[in-house]
Design a protein around this ligand. Structure first.
Ligand code: T3D
Length: 265
């Protein structure tokens, strides 16, 4: 993994890799360089056995403000019809990487998470948020539709009707409200935010990493499969899980009445 990425900072603490989107002066508005870096880092993290949990967060007072709108005005000024679908593939690479990465990814959200940044948080496995968090599906405010996977994850997290409301009215959802809606897993006071994120991530990083990857595969598949397909898949995945060192360690720890020491193998 490279040491330097444009618009991103990396921190490694034990087996936890923290990725900071780093443009605090514009609330971490998303750039092409940021998306390319995220894609590269996540794809490499999938192969790196020293990384057992990833935290995606923003530098400064926000998680992210969505696509950098200053570039939009220049594009509009040409008067030519605009095609953005090709450009969106840069987001899609990141979203695929988040969903297929065989280890847990936690979005740590404080302050605003708007537009595509909001949807990057929704594409992560879990969300720990501060009570100053502000989720906003900002797209309709500027006459767009939710992109960066929002049309897929939002209704699955909050239900169909609420998703339509959030997408159409584009109102802000506070951290406590996000927790109530199931958009966030846990909301804590700002003063406890960093410590809570670190504790949560370190706990995941000490877990049975291979089993977590297989759990993620099973849950991902449930989003587009039926009961029969899910039962088939659970058998295949359990065949893999039961042959891991962490499974043997978990059983041994139970028998010996001690805490399991998982290695991720
Ligand atoms: O081609 C494609 O990429 C299509 C994909 C589109 C995906 C999208 O994400 S569309 C949605 C884009 N995002 C937005 O529409 C949100 C725009 N921002 C806001 O509505 C507000 O800034 C926030 C609600 C996010 C936060 O409000 P507030 O009051 O806390 O902060 P602020 O004062 O508005 O912003 C602070 C600074 O960040 C400010 O700069 P300044 O005046 O101090 O120099 C502001 O202009 C800048 N900023 C905020 N958001 C963006 C931004 N600069 C560029 N792009 C932004 N998205």
């Amino acid at each position: 993994m490279r040491a330097n990425y444009e618009d991103l900072l990396l921190q490694k603490d034990g087996n936890v890799l923290t990725i900071l989107m780093n443009r605090p002066e514009v609330l971490n508005a998303v750039t092409d360089a940021m998306l390319e870096g995220l894609g590269e880092i996540l794809e490499e993290a999938a192969q790196d056995t020293s990384i057992r949990c990833i935290v995606l967060t923003g530098a400064g007072r926000a998680f992210g403000s969505g696509a950098d709108l200053r570039g939009f005005a220049a594009v509009h000024s040409t008067g030519e019809p605009i095609k953005v679908s090709e450009h969106l593939k840069k987001y899609h690479r990141v979203i695929r990487a988040l969903r297929t990465l065989p280890k847990p990814v936690v979005a740590a959200v404080r302050g605003v998470a708007a537009g595509a940044s909001c949807n990057l948080a929704l594409a992560c496995d879990m969300r720990i948020v501060a009570d100053d968090a502000r989720f906003v599906e900002a797209f309709a405010r500027i006459g767009l539709v939710p992109d960066a996977g929002g049309g897929f994850f939002l209704p699955r997290l909050v239900g169909f009707g609420k998703a339509l409301e959030l997408a159409m009215l584009a109102d802000e959802i506070s951290g406590p409200e996000a927790e109530r809606l199931g958009l966030a897993n846990k909301c804590v006071p700002v003063t406890e935010f960093e410590a809570t994120v670190q504790k949560f991530a370190q706990r995941l990083a000490k877990g049975p990493t291979q089993s977590y990857g297989l759990i993620k595969e099973l849950m991902n598949a449930s989003l587009s499969s039926d009961l029969e397909a899910s039962l088939q898949l659970e058998g295949q995945l359990q065949d893999q899980a039961i042959n891991t060192a962490d499974h043997r360690e978990g059983v041994a720890a139970f028998i010996q009445k001690r805490r399991a020491e998982f290695t991720g193998q």
